[in-house]
Design a protein around this ligand. Structure first.
Ligand SMILES: [Zn+2]
Length: 68
């Protein structure tokens, strides 16, 4: 009983983290997306905050510095 509860709990954690939408800072001109904490994201004037999936859909590439 205890073991099945633990399995259920870990499944719940896994599904929660999988559905979590990650926000990135996307540059529509260069099509490069950054982590919000990235230095380039902070100095970028044309960048917009969108979901990572949307950035990829728009042809976005991860930043080489922060990895997106
Ligand atoms: Zn970056």
């Amino acid at each position: 009983m205890k073991k099945s509860l633990l399995t259920l709990f870990s499944l719940l954690i896994l599904s929660t983290s999988a559905s979590y939408a990650e926000t990135v800072v996307f540059n529509p001109n260069s099509k490069i997306y950054h982590k919000p904490s990235c230095h380039y994201a902070q100095i970028c004037k044309v960048c917009i905050k969108i979901e990572k999936q949307d950035a990829i859909k728009r042809g976005g590439r991860p930043c080489k510095k922060c990895g997106g």
